[in-house]
Design a binder for this molecule. Structure first.
Ligand code: HGY
Ligand code: MN
Ligand code: MN
Length: 416
């Protein structure tokens, strides 16, 4: 077996992997070197077409499902056997980088192609997936495609979610699928033998420690809230301050109180207000409404629950003169990955002589939903300065290839 494992790793083509990242980054390219390829946008449709063309060219079958997840499949000897699945996402943040998500899809495709070109037969089919809408920036919440696949949220609820222009997921999905080649439709969700996702770390640890491979042990929990503050529009010149119902004033004081309540001397808790929208957003009209987002994260589920309750209570107890509504949008409990998968990844990195270390993930990933369905794990590689969710995100070609080699070996081991 070890000879075949070496063949799987050796067949990974670093140049092909790097060039595919360059080509994929053209879709939604920003002039600052980043990408804006939001879920179910025309740019996302173009990225999907590109993935299907590479997969088809390599002789793999493609399929989609009712939430628009995109699957690439290589058959195994045992047709009915539950596949081993790898993958990540093609959608990006509005000002994202060219590796977040894309790396996991392209490393999965590279691993699949390497196993195929090394002519390694496997008992199980191996599939690579591009999950629909992992980022959740246009259509909240994130990890939507994997949530539907895992049954974590009903499909109908997700299809009804609207973006800020009022477009529904279902309609954007129909337009996206219509923009691509006809794909076989498969039901939502199917049995899996295992799931392994490759991703850039999006944090500084691997680079600081000089390690090439991160063996991910866990992912911290994440909670999202949508807060709306309702006041009354009024004339900025004629309305005395004491009679205003100024939504911005109330929202700013609420965010300040939230930040005070979320204080954590150990700096473990993550609290972020990333979106803050004022309407009517005019210099001489007292703001009528403010909508803002809350992203809360912590590795300990008890602490996360307690802080989440405090957020909701603070929003509801907010003092007059404005009304405040708070809605929970995402609840991803922390997950621990399966020890057998963790050891498999660690052993593969060691066999390939790649400096590696175990570490938890601060970012959430589709793997959180998959970990509830089957043994799951993740392979991290470093990114420069740990920067991500930024056009400055970057990673080294040799690291991309190293991660793909580990992934190829692990997928082969799990499928053979
Ligand atoms: O937000 C996250 O953690 C992921 O990178 N989308
Ligand atoms: Mn990601
Ligand atoms: Mn991301």
């Amino acid at each position: 077996v070890s000879a075949r494992l070496r063949q799987a790793a050796a067949a990974v083509d670093e140049a092909r992997l790097w060039n595919r990242h360059v080509e994929m980054a053209r879709h939604g390219a920003r002039d600052d070197g980043g990408v804006n390829r939001q879920a179910l946008s025309p740019e996302d449709a173009a990225a999907r077409r590109l993935l299907v063309s590479w997969a088809t060219e390599a002789g793999f079958a493609c399929a989609t499902d009712p939430i628009g997840n995109l699957f690439v499949r290589r058959e195994g000897r045992e047709l009915g056997a539950a596949p081993v699945l790898s993958g990540s996402h093609l959608d990006s943040q509005p000002a994202g980088g060219r590796f977040d998500g894309v790396y996991g899809v392209l490393a999965g495709l590279e691993a699949l192609q390497a196993i195929d070109e090394a002519e390694l037969a496997t008992r199980r089919p191996i599939e690579v997936v591009a999950w629909c809408n992992e980022e959740g920036s246009r259509f909240a919440p994130g990890a939507m495609g994997s949530a539907a696949f895992a049954g974590a949220q009903p499909l109908s609820t997700l299809l009804d979610i609207r973006d800020r222009e009022g477009t529904r997921v279902e309609d954007a999905l129909a337009a996206t699928l219509a923009a691509g080649p006809p794909l076989r439709q498969r039901p939502l969700g199917f049995p899996l033998a295992a799931y392994v996702e490759a991703h850039i770390e999006q944090g500084p640890v691997l680079e600081a420690e000089g390690r090439t491979v991160g063996v991910v042990t866990a992912i911290q929990g994440a909670r999202w809230f949508a807060v709306e503050v309702h006041g009354s529009a009024a004339h900025a010149g004629t309305t005395p301050l004491r009679s205003r119902r100024d939504a911005l004033r109330s929202a700013v004081s609420l965010v300040t109180r939230l930040e005070e309540a979320m204080d954590d001397p150990t700096d473990t808790l993550r609290f972020t207000v990333g979106r803050f929208e004022v309407s009517p957003n005019s210099p001489n009209t007292v703001p009528e409404r403010v909508a803002f987002s809350i992203d809360l994260r912590h590795p300990d589920p008890r602490v996360l629950d307690e802080r989440a309750r405090a957020v909701a209570a603070l929003c509801r107890a907010s003092r007059q003169p404005c009304e405040v509504e708070v809605r929970e949008v995402l609840d991803l409990p922390p997950v621990q990955f399966d020890e057998t998968i963790v050891e498999l990844i660690e052993r593969s990195a060691a066999t390939l002589g790649l400096p590696n270390m175990r570490l938890p993930s601060g970012a959430f990933h589709d793997a959180m939903h998959l970990a509830r369905l089957c043994p799951a794990g993740m392979v991290f590689i470093p990114c420069a300065g740990g920067v991500s969710h930024s056009p400055r995100e970057s990673a080294r070609s040799s690291d991309l290839a190293a991660g793909a080699r580990v992934l190829g070996q692990v997928l082969f081991e799990l499928a053979r």
